[in-house]
Design a protein around this ligand. Structure first.
Ligand code: PMP
Length: 401
């Protein structure tokens, strides 16, 4: 009846959101969603910030500047500087979640048929956004140390890409879905490759502050100071979603002025500005120092949850599911032994009231059917242990069929 644009003729929704219908199943234990723990939100700190915000009626309730409220931009620049990735407020664009930042970047940089490199397995919303943009997505494999930079170099040298790549998307620290972190040497090598081949590195960094083991690594944006000419080739996304609350919908983009200026024009037609109300709450929250007090509590809780999950998997499913222990973030990536398909196993698990995301959701091609992602952030510690036991029971049933 209607004539849709080619990208929307037969769209498929997010494979993870498809699983949400099972969340309502009574007694379900879910390792599936990429949701932060609701009981770890800093209710008191946010209530106090919201009370202070509500005194600033006009600022909260009126339209704001498209690039973000100056008070919030100043606080975010300070946060970046505390993280060791100094930037100034004018270098930063506030977005409605970092998800919007990626959408804006694609609008200004990527046309149909443009080559975009993406780590694989990858965050599904990125794959989906690129598909809707009709980009020519070329995947680069990931291992325990993050993006395989040697494979990327070989790909760039091989001359097989239809066009020079416009950009490369990666989550270098505590990746979604693998939990992997790009090593220091690979970070430098990646910056060198981007500078030589003139493609943008899209550094998506919503999880970097959630480190519970090992020493911190500088972001690609921070490390660009070590590789001459490379800062122009890094776009950095970050977000308050995983460290404060996703309901605020506060994310930000740090990029070269030429890029940012265009993203701001794109944002004018998308939403005019991100919600000033939640921007003021976020600014008040950050200015109060509450994040520095509260974040360690979230990190400590995630450390316990991650250990609980990995220990339980080791105890009950050691020979059945191989996992890598991450040093931070929210995700554990695993592989089923025995040549089993994780999507089929998930069906049995749902019958046992436990869920995860099968790895297929994170691949564009060369799918590893045995892979799966477990998030330890949202379930409580006792549910994590119970959930792994259910996965064990499910595997016994599944293997018996
Ligand atoms: N990037 C990655 C890798 C994510 O996992 C998520 C959220 N799951 C986002 C971006 C989007 O975050 P936001 O809430 O800031 O839009």
């Amino acid at each position: 009846m209607y004539t849709f644009t080619p990208a929307f003729e037969a769209p498929t929704g997010s494979p993870i959101r498809e699983l949400f219908k099972y969340l309502g199943q009574p007694g379900m234990i879910s390792f599936a969603g990429g949701y932060p723990a609701s009981d770890l939100f800093d209710r008191d700190g946010l209530d106090a910030a919201a009370a202070r915000a509500s005194q600033q009626t006009t600022l909260c309730l009126q339209y704001g500047p498209t690039d973000g409220l100056p008070v919030l931009k100043e606080e975010l620049a300070k946060l970046m500087t505390r993280r060791g990735t100094p930037c100034t407020a004018p270098e930063l664009l506030v977005t409605t979640g970092s998800q919007q930042g990626f959408d804006l970047l694609l609008r200004v940089l990527v046309g149909a048929g443009d080559v975009v490199l993406v780590e694989q397995p990858a965050y599904p919303a990125t794959l989906q956004a690129l598909k809707l943009q009709q980009a020519d997505v070329v995947t680069v494999p990931v291992d325990q140390d993050g993006l395989d930079v040697n494979a990327l170099a070989a790909l760039l040298e091989a001359g097989t890409l239809k066009r020079p790549p416009k950009l490369l998307y990666t989550v270098p620290t505590f990746a979604n879905p693998t939990g992997a972190t790009l090593s220091y040497a690979r970070r430098i090598a990646l910056l060198e490759l981007a500078t030589r081949h003139r493609f943008l590195i899209v550094e998506d960094d919503p999880y970097g502050d959630l480190r519970f083991a090992g020493a911190a690594l500088p972001s690609l944006l921070a490390l660009s100071a070590e590789v001459p000419g490379s800062r122009d080739w890094v776009v950095h996304f970050s977000s308050l979603s995983k460290i404060v609350a996703p309901g605020l919908r506060v994310g930000w983009t740090v990029a070269h002025a030429e890029i940012l200026r265009r993203c701001i024009v794109a944002k004018q037609t998308v939403d005019l500005c991100s919600s000033p109300w939640t921007q003021v709450i976020a600014a008040e929250y950050l200015a109060s120092g509450a994040l520095e007090v509260h974040l360690p509590k979230i990190v400590a809780a995630y450390a316990v949850k991650c250990t609980t999950l990995c220990d339980a998997l080791d105890t009950h499913l050691k020979d059945d599911i191989a996992v890598h222990r991450p040093a931070g973030g929210m995700f554990v990536w695993g592989r089923l032994a025995g040549g089993y398909d994780a999507s089929a196993y998930l069906k049995t698990c749902i019958g046992q009231n436990v869920m995860f995301v099968p790895g297929v959701a994170f691949y564009k091609d060369n799918v590893d059917l045995a892979s799966l992602r477990l998030s330890f952030a949202a379930p409580g510690v006792s549910d994590i242990e119970a959930g792994v036991l259910r996965m064990k029971q499910a595997l016994e049933r599944f293997a018996a069929v």
